[in-house]
Structures are given as C-alpha cells and as structure tokens.
Design a protein around this ligand. Sequence first.
Ligand code: SF4
Length: 260
Amino acid sequence: VKDYSFESLFSFDGYAEKLPDGKYRIVKKKTFIDDLTKLPNPDWSWMEFDIYNQNPNDPLVAGLPIMCTRGCPNNCTYCSSKLYWGQRFLYRPIEKVIEEILSSYNQYGIKNFSVVDDNPAFDKNWFLKFCQSYRKMPQDINISFNNFSIKTVDQDVIDGLKIIRQNKITIAIETGSQGMQKHINKRLDLKDAAAKVDLLKKNKIRMHVAWMIGFPNETMGQINETVNMAKKLRTYSIQVFPVFPFPGTKLYEEANHKAS
Ligand code: SF4
C-alpha cells in the first residue's frame, strides 16, 4: 500500500471522518440508489435469533428491522436522514416488502417486525395500499412503526393502521414551542398536532412521543412550553432527547457558530 489516506483505503461515497484534533470532516454523498426494486432482501442467515428473542411478546423489543420506504423530503435542521438517503422520498414495491416479511417468517419464524422508515405515510396512497395488502398476512405477524410523522395522520391513515393491527405508533413532535418549531424547520402547527393526538386517542391508538430539549439559544420559557405540552397531551409514553448536533446538519453549523 503506497497511500494510507482515508480516501484511498476506503473509497466510500459519503462518510464522516473523525480527525486527530477531534473535529469531524464530512464528505458528502454524491450518488444515491434510485431504484429500490433492485435491492435484495437482507441476509439474516448469520443472525442468532434465539439470543434476541428474550421477550417475543413485545414487538418493539423483538422486532426485526424492515425498511419499506426510504428518506423524507422535509428538512428539519437537526435531522441527518437527508445526508444518507438524500432529501427525498422513495418507496419499495409493496409486494417486495410483503415478500421480505413472509420470507423471514417462513425461514426463521420471525413474527415481529419493526419498520425503521423516517416517514412511512408520506405517500398516503402507497401506505393505504400497503395496509390493504397486509390483510393477507398470517394473523400472528406483528408490525410496528417507529417514526410516524404526525403531519401525515388523518382518519384514512388511522383506518389503515387498524387494518395492520397497529395499536401503538411513535411520533416526534420535538418541541412545544411554536417559535422553536419554526427555528428548527420542523414546522408543525402545534394546535393541529394536538388535534391529531386527540384523533389517535379516540381511535384507541397509543402514542409514544419524542421530544427534544437543549437547542442552541433555546430559552427556559421554550423548554417549559415543551414540558407543558408533553404533560397536556398525556400520551401513552414519551422520551426526551438532549439535543445532539450531528455533523453535516444545519443544527451542527448553528451549534458550531454559537461555540466559536
Ligand atoms: S420529518 Fe423527521 S425524518 Fe423528516 S426531516 Fe424532519 S426529522 Fe427528519
């Protein structure tokens, strides 16, 4: 080997490198896979499922990850999704997703699946068709969605969730401050978000809600707005993330600028 540089040894398209001084360097991706029909199913043959199946009754613990759609066209300042998928939304053919689930079920006896998509109902038509196709699934298969955008929730989507026997979803509201919603470019209308939480409750769908605290320049008043909204919504469960600026995001630039 004549050249030990990172680029020479690892010619990945898009990566983050930690430099000796502790800083990070981002080399942006230049190409993305456009045609998801060509992706093979993941090879799980090496996986020792018995070790992980400690609590097979909880699909959130024991769900095999599966990706049905890829990416999100939104542009929240803290989100790193666009760095690896591009700022766009693609979906797999529904029959390929169903085939992947059935293949893991038949080959390994997996019954719980955890959808890791960023914004699975962004294309409502795709999502509703997926729900209809899911009707043919064996009754002992469970699927759970981990990142559901509250913007996409309406009665049609909720009816779809019922078809796929979904009684709990995870949604991210992040901040209860309308001003901070704008600042982080999440741009949820908080009244609308609260109304959708009510709609989900009326339909007996439990929610796990993600919140974030510690944005640069966030005031105690804004943090209290988040705490108050989380209390007021009284969802099934919540998680509160301390803000972490991922290299390559706008939030990272903002945090760096504030630190310098
Ligand atoms: S809506 Fe979610 S996935 Fe989309 S950009 Fe915002 S944080 Fe990322």
